[in-house]
Design a protein around this ligand. Structure first.
Ligand code: SF4
Length: 383
């Protein structure tokens, strides 16, 4: 064990031991792909030239070895005790024209969900304040839309919400469907920290899940977000009936983007009655651990977010996810429309596991603007 730690920290003499087979006094150890790639990630930092086979070999490594090496990269690239708490609020629920097979908000499925209009400013700001008081440092607003084109009034209202919440000293994220270039720019000017737009699954499996917009349209939105200078939040969902190869394909697409997403949510499907995926069997914890540790090794600087489905995992199971490399969670009673872990049990978990809430971070320029506008709260939180 000591030898392995020396190698990871860059001891040149010990390093070759990690990528070779070697004998300990009573056992033989054969280095896994996870070990070799984790060592390379630690040595060279993030890379965007991952071959799909390389990611597959990491994903297929013995699970405890994968977990161990995900943890090694995590400790090298991140503050391993810090966990970002984000609160996600559905500010416009249901009635969506898209056909995402997992989503109770699609108007095509009979899930009993009542469609609602865009929430008022007062209600949204009140929810943001409550989230902040509960320790959340990022507030995410979700609207069930295909896109924001032709929704000028609503979009302008959302810009207003972004400005206000940013002024409260929180990071602000939106997920509003597909964006046009100009809308991404407007969101950036309003102070948006991050935009969420998930790829959901691999390019190959994607048409089994959604037919109303293409994989390339999704990638285009991510490009507009990136070009506007907004952080990219993009991940996927497992448990949609995809093969392991598709999980690898999703991670490969994300890890070979010109810049890795700053956040990578890993969701486990919560099968909702009335959706086409209502009978999917629940994702097992080992599947989550494989996804999280692989994501951590191939995208070491990203915040890897243990997202939907967390509610079904026990505290020890979540602890394994944090060990494997997850460092962000959603807090709050609901994740858009599905249940989430309650506040008290999350507080207890942080205490028991020795986790620390991550403070919000703002770009220097943005913080300067904010200071000039006397956003005292933001300064005290980040300072
Ligand atoms: S995931 Fe988003 S785009 Fe798809 S149906 Fe649900 S709300 Fe609409």
């Amino acid at each position: 064990m000591l030898v392995i730690r020396l190698a990871i920290r860059g001891n040149a003499a010990a390093r070759p031991l990690l990528s070779a087979s070697f004998q300990l006094s009573s056992c033989s150890y054969t280095s896994s792909a996870a070990a070799a790639h984790a060592e390379r990630t630690v040595r060279e930092g993030p890379r965007n030239d991952w071959a799909r086979d390389e990611i597959k070999s990491i994903y297929d490594s013995p699970v405890l070895d994968l977990l161990f090496h995900g943890a090694q990269v995590h400790r090298h690239a991140q503050n391993f005790r810090e966990v970002q708490q984000c609160t996600l609020l559905s500010i416009k629920t249901g009635g969506c024209s898209e056909d995402c097979s997992y989503c109770p908000q699609s108007s095509r499925y009979n899930t009993g969900l009542k469609a609602q209009k865009l929430m008022t400013k007062d209600d949204v700001l009140q929810a943001a304040q409550k989230a902040k008081e509960a320790g959340s440092t990022r507030f995410c607003m979700g609207a069930a839309w295909r896109d924001t084109i032709g929704r000028k009034t609503n979009f302008n209202q959302i810009l207003e919400y972004v400005k206000e919440i940013r002024g409260m000293g929180m990071e602000v994220c939106c997920t509003l469907g597909m964006l046009e270039k100009q809308q991404a720019v407007a969101l950036k000017e309003a102070g948006l920290t991050a935009y969420n737009h998930n790829l959901d699954t691999s390019r190959e499996y994607y048409p089994n899940i959604i037919t109303t917009r293409s994989y390339d349209e999704r990638l285009k939105t991510l490009e507009f977000v990136r070009d506007a200078g907004i952080n990219v939040c993009s991940g996927g969902i497992i448990g949609l009936g995809e093969a392991e190869e598709d999980r690898v394909g999703l991670l490969h697409t994300l890890a070979t983007l010109p810049t890795h997403p700053e956040s990578v949510p890993i969701n486990a499907l919560i099968a909702v009655k009335g959706t086409p995926l209502q009978d999917q069997k629940p994702v097992e914890i080992w599947e989550m651990i494989r996804m999280i540790a692989t994501a951590r090794i191939v995208m070491p600087k990203a915040m890897v977010r243990l997202s939907a489905g967390r509610v079904r995992f026990s505290m020890p199971e979540q602890a394994l996810c944090f060990l494997a490399g997850a460092n962000s969670i959603f807090t709050g009673e609901k994740l858009l429309t599905t249940p989430n872990n309650d506040f008290d049990s999350d507080q207890l978990m942080f205490k028991l596991l020795g986790l620390i809430p991550k403070a919000p971070s703002f770009e220097e320029g943005a913080l300067k603007d904010c200071m000039e506008e006397n956003c005292e709260e933001a300064v005290s939180v980040t300072g």
